[in-house]
Design a protein around this ligand. Structure first.
Ligand SMILES: Cc1cc2nc3c(=O)[nH]c(=O)nc-3n(C[C@H](O)[C@H](O)[C@H](O)COP(=O)(O)OP(=O)(O)OC[C@H]3O[C@@H](n4cnc5c(N)ncnc54)[C@H](O)[C@@H]3O)c2cc1C
Length: 383
């Protein structure tokens, strides 16, 4: 393997998804002189999970840690157009969470108390209010719900492309079709990575490989508690009685969601496959479509008449506690992780980029208690 003379950057980031690019962006915000190389196995931007992402940004989250990551990311999305001089199509159109049993209703009440303490505007709704404001929902199915006007949408590809263009302009070398096949280690220290095109040397390597994170970690003999799961998305025409600018709707019981696209003409439906088996398989499974649409009609009856236009799948990488794994590997100096976003990687990418940049360059961060994100937390539970 040969080493090209320019292939000795300060930092190598593996994966040019939203996380890898946010880390590069934040590293340069702290130290503009850094030399950074981004290695991406695909030919184009956005082939990984980020390109499949719905673009939801949520604050009505049961985990205080997840809510903190949303709050830390809020200004990035709100100021995006002015900072990057390009639209992200950010839109605070709200999310409506629906509860069809007393247990879920109590969960919503408890989240709303915590959200209130975080100054997040989360409003509980009773059955009557739901029926009045959202007459297209199945009439008696839901006991109540919650609505947050901060919950928003931004276009994942627009954000990805803007970050890409800024980091390229600031000198980051982005190499497409460069799959990392080996991590080079000397004792307990990272030395670089190997691709088919040659070796890239660096004392600092970041694993931002999305659903492939655990595979990549294995190359350096490390186990990451992350498993990828397939998510199937149905693109359909908008149900006739769902008005334009409708909030994103989520049924907590089944996992079902309806996300109306900005045009108001089409919707993305999905979410009922939250209990599938792990794996990197991304083929569409049409055999589950009938059950899916049955569930859909039990939530929004007018979906009986919608047109199913197409289906695609993407991979979500889950950790056992649904919190991300961010930090330096114990026992392997210079190897950093930013993985396991459990379906929240887009909305939390701004915060994660900043946190990891702090950890790499300063050894600590004032954004969050970083020990909550460290990979070793699972060792403590199962020594
Ligand atoms: C259907 C769907 C809907 C979603 N909706 C939302 C949502 O509404 N809101 C939200 O916040 N999140 C959502 N998510 C989750 C979100 O998309 C992810 O958490 C986020 O995109 C993860 O970003 P990433 O950069 O870690 O991964 P990716 O975007 O997958 O990027 C990782 C990159 O690493 C590259 N790579 C992998 N291995 C190697 C290697 N060996 N060498 C070089 N390159 C490599 C890959 O090709 C890929 O480009 C959704 C996910 C799916 C599947």
């Amino acid at each position: 393997m040969y080493i090209r003379s320019n292939n000795k950057p300060d930092i190598i980031i593996i994966g040019a998804g939203i996380i890898g690019l946010s880390i590069a962006y934040n590293l340069l915000e702290i130290d503009p002189k850094l030399s950074i190389t981004l290695l991406e196995k695909e030919k184009l931007l956005g082939i990984g999970s980020t390109g499949k992402c719905t673009g939801s940004i949520s604050y009505q989250l049961s985990s205080p840690l997840q809510r903190r990551l949303s709050l830390l990311s809020r200004d990035f999305f709100r100021n995006f157009d002015a900072v990057f001089d390009t639209p992200s199509w950010y839109w605070e159109k709200g999310h409506l969470l629906l509860a069809d049993n007393e247990g879920l209703l109590k969960d919503l009440q408890s989240i709303s108390v915590q959200a209130d303490a975080d100054n997040i505007p989360m409003n509980l709704m009773n059955q009557e209010e739901l029926q009045r404001e959202f007459p297209y929902l199945h009439r008696d199915r839901f006991l109540g719900g919650a609505f947050c006007s901060w919950d928003a949408y931004a276009d994942p590809y627009a954000v990805l492309a803007a970050l890409y263009s800024v980091v390229r302009r600031k000198g980051v070398g982005v190499y497409f079709e460069h799959e990392v096949r080996k991590i080079i280690i000397d004792g307990d220290t990272i030395k670089g990575v190997e691709t088919r095109q040659g070796v890239f040397q660096s004392p600092l390597v970041v694993n931002a490989a999305g659903p492939h994170a655990a595979q990549l970690a294995e190359m350096s003999g490390l186990t990451l508690k992350i498993q990828p799961y397939r998510r199937q998305v149905y693109v359909c025409t908008n149900p006739k009685d769902v008005p334009k600018a409708s909030p994103t709707i989520m049924d907590l019981s089944s996992g079902f969601y309806l996300h109306q696209e900005t045009s108001g003409k089409t919707v993305l439906l999905g979410g009922t496959d939250k209990y599938t088996w792990p794996g990197l398989q991304e083929t569409v499974d049409k055999s589950v479509a009938e059950d899916f649409f049955m569930t859909t009609m039990e939530i929004i009856p007018s979906t009986l008449d919608i047109k199913w236009l197409r289906t695609y799948t993407g991979l979500c990488e889950l950790t056992p506690d649904f919190h991300p794994i961010v930090g330096e590997a114990s026992g392997l100096k210079g190897m950093f992780f930013a993985n396991g976003f459990s379906g929240h990687g887009f909305m939390h990418a701004p915060a994660i980029g900043r946190i990891l940049a702090d950890l790499i360059l300063k050894g600590s961060t004032d954004q969050i208690d970083a020990s909550l994100l460290h990979p070793d937390r699972f060792l403590k539970e199962n020594p």
